[in-house]
Design a protein around this ligand. Sequence first.
Ligand code: ADP
Length: 562
Amino acid sequence: MAASLVFRLHDGAPELVREVLLERGWEEYDGEEQEEEDWNLYWRVSAFRHSEYLKLLPWQRLNHHPKSVGITRKDYLARNLRRMRATFGSSLYNFSPMAFILPNDYTRFIAEYTKQRLTRGLSGYWICKPVDLSRGRGIFIFCDIKDLIYDSPVIVQRYISNPLLISGYKFDLRIYVCVKSFHPLTVYMHQEGLVRFATEKYNLSTLDNLYAHLTNTSINKCGPFYTTNKERVGQGCKWTMSKFRYFLHSQDVNELLLWQKIKNIVTLTILTIAPSVPSSPNCVELFGFDILIDSTYKPWLLEVNYSPALTLDCQADVAVKKGLISDLIDLMNYRAIDRLRGRAYQRPKSSKQPCRNALNPILGSHSRITRAKVSRERHPSLASYLTDNRALNLSDVTNHDDTVTEREPSEEGDSAKPDISQEGLGSLRSKPAAGPWKLPLEGTRASHRVALPPLRVGDFILTFPFNEATLEASQHKLDVKLAVQELHKLTSQLASGPSRLDKNKLRRQEEEVKTDEGVRTCDSDEGFESLFWGPKEPPLLCIGCFLSEKYKSQSIKSDTQN
Ligand code: ADP
């Protein structure tokens, strides 16, 4: 019988991860019984040590990339966004509230505070947050500088004082984003997510009422109105994103543009760190993006969460998070061979060159990587294949499925490869809708095509690369400038109105997405257009919105300036 895949949970790792993996037929790692390398997935809430990346073996995955903290600590995020704004202009990087890192930026803050005070009087609001805390801890809102008191590094951010309200309640969106790979940059956004409400009505005259101003569940579930059935919001403090889309549907708003702007925020934020994150193809990262929508329907980035909470507090959590983790496991793309772990790498007695045969199925062709050495002492069965002084390059293995430059058949020929059909582990919630599609790169021969990662895995929708140009831009040294320009172009097109899109083309694309589960060749950007990220209910945006007569006839609130 085939071995099971094995997961290892560090202390404090979410119970939900254990539950989902056990349901899928995985086994939990037992340090007493199993060898040190005998696991496929190691999950930690906090960061891994540098040495843990170096030790990774081909069949192993980690749930964090190194150095992704560049966007998840509030001060690093503020600094990185400021740098990008200086480089690419504030018309694109205008989605995070103005922020100052104190104490360093104190003088600059005072200058801005004074300026606002002169123009707006007492109606300028600020929010102060400790840089390295989460769950609303240590946060307060103030108008008057005399109320700004802090004893550790904080960021002071302009408080978005005109949030979009539902029945008088403030809310923000928790969007789940998976960076499958930083090199080449491959980003998926989950169609489900959460809407997190404050539990008391929004009121600017009670700035110290956290139940009215903060939307953290950890705060609101302790509030006096958490269990009350609140007008439209209901009990508790969460909706699924699908429910929110039904709400949006009832508003006169350009939904497509809103989702595109949120997608832009995610992409532009990830681009701030993408070039500096070392390549680690064995890793994935699940980020939680917190987005606040203001009363003009402009989305703002509040923060990015490292290890977003996976506790199940209510029905909305169950509906969203179980599927999310299951889809994430599918994105990690385990193969039948990964179940065997070290045993897959033992030398077949008859072969003179077993190493390449054994490793072929997991060899990719990423070239810009940190060279990680697999020590012969630590893993003798694998090391025995390595000739003297040759290190196994970890970025050359695993994540072999995606964005691999197609190679000429190897010397051994494809027939030499073991059968590594997609693992089909446990309950695959839904197969990738399409892909990998092969896009020919301009000026290259057909044999050097770049494979487009699956457009969809479960409810994860590919959002970067999003067209042929960005696919190309992501391949070698990430061309951030080009990626930013493409995003700008796309948004301008959307802002000019969905009616420009051809109805029949969209219908055709939707049909293709439904039926196509195999590999096919695509020589334009059409493949990318067929899936537009957005909450899945009501049905896919490309159909549900573009074809809706409502969007042709009504004047659309398009906030094109933002
Ligand atoms: P934490 O990591 O502690 O959750 P956040 O930055 O997410 O910190 O802030 C917590 C909550 O405070 C958010 O969910 C949101 O409701 C509110 N909030 C944060 N920043 C702003 C802002 N600039 N304007 C309006 N509300 C904000």
